[in-house]
Structures are given as structure tokens and as C-alpha cells.
Design a protein around this ligand. Structure first.
Ligand SMILES: [Zn+2]
Length: 322
């Protein structure tokens, strides 16, 4: 479950392509701006000449006033440039290079001042996408977001529950970086559990968080492969993303095969994420009593102690929408 060399290279090639594309777009944009405002190019050239002169004057120990005159002219050029841009609804930023990711400048890595580097969120995102086969869900997330949430299919108490859950979900997103929270959606098919999880995932991906969305069946499949593979002991790092991504969404807990491995793997996962203060969202058809019976009392106590319980009821809106 870690990237193969081939997968790593394909990510790096993608960054190459993005950098090339953006370099071309930047050159194109600058060419257009300079053509539209030829005086800016002239001012920039003049500023370079003045900077050289200033350096020379300083080296020669020239008169303070002479140096000041040069500096004033440079400032004047900058002021002129700013004024011209502003009067055309532009700013200096419009001349800056274009990047898809401003954090790593489309290299995949962010460098600390001491030279150490770490993977950028956009690299992690690509890694998760490949390792956990997330491209399907990413496609879905483009269409499922809070703006599509409809309250017109439920009524009465069902509607109140949905409204409450929606407001908790919006708050979950808004406070994601400052407050540690977990959500447990309980409800029958089509009452909005997965939809609300998708809305949250979609918003958090937009704001550069690492999100893994897995059906319960896929999740335990991955964990079992790691546990029972020959090199299981060495592969702790390989499923690391599951334990430390910003948000893990487990969809439809209870649909996987029930056995003692699943119960202990779930406890390990929830417990470790809790220690790391990494949020988890679980959706399930099972009620608390059933969860306790199926996954043990210690799992239940983690859920009741650390998760906000949201119950959804009502009609199967998936059927109604269709
Ligand atoms: Zn990046």
C-alpha cells in the first residue's frame, strides 16, 4: 500500500506537466500585459539600471544625496507602476508566476529554511488518490456539496433531524482546524448520511485537507491485507494514511463481514486517530446497542465518548430523487 516506483514517477511526471503548462501560461500572460502596458517594461528596465547605479554609488562612497536621488526615482517608478495597474483593475500579483499549488510551486515538496523537505498536501492528496482508489469518490464529490442539500423531501421530526445534522456538519467544517470532533451518523438507507459525509469531504478537500473516504468493506479489506500479508510487520507505514489523514470517512459500517479481526482493527484505528486528534466520520445503519454487540464494549465506549451522534430518519430520498 505504499507507492511503487512507477506510481511515484507518474506523480512526478504530472508535476512536470503542470509546471510546463503554468510556465507557458505565465509567459503568455506577462507577454500580454507588457504589450498592453509598454511603459511598464520601460520602467522595469529603468529600475534595473538605477539599481546598478545605486550599488555603484554606494561602493564608490558617493554623496548621500546622490544615492537618495536614485532611490527616490526607483520609488517613483514603483508608485507609477502601481497607479497604472490599479487604474486598470490590476495589481503586481497579476505579473506573478501561475501555480496550481502555491505551497509547493507545483513540485510536490515544501522546503523548510534548513533544507529539510516534506510532502506537500497536494502530493499527499495524489498519493491517497492512488493508494486508496479515490478517483471515483472525488468525481462524486464534485456534485455533492452543501449547495445541493434539499430539505424538501423530509417532513416533521425527520426534517428537524436533517436540519440539525446539516448545521452540525457545516459547523464541523467551519471549526475543523480549531476544534477536534468526530461524527457518527446513524440512519436507514437514503436519509442523507453519505450525502452529508460527502459534503464535508468536498469542502475539506477544497481547503487542502487530506481526506480518505472508504466503504467499510474496502477499509477492512485494506487492513486485513496489511495484517495478514507476509510482510505485515514491516508495512505499518504503508497504511499510515488511514491513521493520520486529516479526515477518515468510514461509510456503511456494519456491512463488512463480522469477525474478531474487524472488531480489534476498528478499535485500533479509532483509538489511534483519537490519540492523534484526527477526525473520523462513521455512517452506519446500526444503533448504539448493535454497535456494542458487534464491535465490543470498548469500541462502543470510544464512540459514545468521542463522537457526536447524529440520527437521521425518514423516507429514502435516493428513491425520491430518482
Ligand atoms: Zn503542493
Amino acid at each position: 500500500m505504499s507507492l511503487t516506483n512507477e506510481q511515484y514517477d507518474s506523480i512526478m511526471r504530472e508535476y512536470d506537466r503542470i509546471r510546463n503548462r503554468n510556465a507557458r501560461a505565465t509567459a503568455e500572460k506577462q507577454k500580454m500585459l507588457y504589450a498592453k502596458f509598454p511603459e511598464i517594461k520601460a520602467w522595469e528596465n529603468r529600475a534595473v539600471t538605477l539599481k546598478v547605479r545605486e550599488a555603484r554609488l554606494k561602493m564608490e562612497g558617493a554623496d548621500e544625496r546622490q544615492i537618495e536621488d536614485v532611490e527616490n526615482e526607483v520609488t517613483e517608478l514603483l508608485v507609477n507602476r502601481m497607479a497604472l495597474l490599479e487604474s486598470n483593475g490590476l495589481s503586481n500579483e497579476d505579473f506573478e508566476p501561475i501555480y496550481d499549488c502555491k505551497y509547493c510551486k507545483d513540485t510536490g515538496y515544501v522546503y523548510e529554511p534548513d533544507g529539510t523537505r516534506y510532502k506537500c498536501h497536494c502530493f499527499k492528496d495524489r498519493e491517497i488518490n492512488i493508494l486508496y482508489n479515490q478517483s471515483g469518490i472525488r468525481q462524486l464529490l464534485k456534485t455533492e456539496n452543501f449547495s445541493k442539500l434539499s430539505f424538501s423531501y423530509q417532513e416533521g421530526e425527520d426534517l428537524e433531524r436533517l436540519k440539525m445534522a446539516a448545521s452540525v456538519c457545516k459547523n464541523f467544517v467551519e471549526t475543523f482546524d480549531t476544534e477536534y470532533k468526530n461524527l457518527l451518523f446513524n440512519g436507514t438507507v437514503g436519509t442523507g448520511k453519505s450525502f452529508l459525509s460527502c459534503c464535508i469531504a468536498s469542502e475539506l478537500l477544497e481547503t487542502y485537507h487530506s481526506v480518505i473516504y472508504l466503504s467499510s468493506i474496502s477499509l477492512f479489506d485494506i487492513l486485513a491485507k496489511k495484517q495478514f500479508s507476509k510482510d505485515g510487520a514491516d508495512s505499518a507505514e504503508e497504511t499510515g494514511n488511514l491513521y493520520d489523514c486529516d479526515l477518515l470517512i468510514i461509510d456503511d459500517l456494519g456491512t463488512e463481514l463480522s469477525n474478531s479481526f474487524v472488531a480489534s482493527a476498528l478499535f485500533g484505528l479509532i483509538n489511534e486517530r483519537n490519540l492523534k486528534r484526527k477526525s473520523t466520520i462513521i455512517s452506519t445503519n446500526l444503533d448504539l446497542r448493535e454497535l456494542g454487540e458487534r464491535y465490543s464494549e470498548r469500541v462502543l465506549s470510544r464512540l459514545t465518548g468521542n463522537f457526536i451522534f447524529l440520527q437521521l430518519t425518514g423516507k429514502d430520498t435516493r428513491m425520491l430523487v430518482k
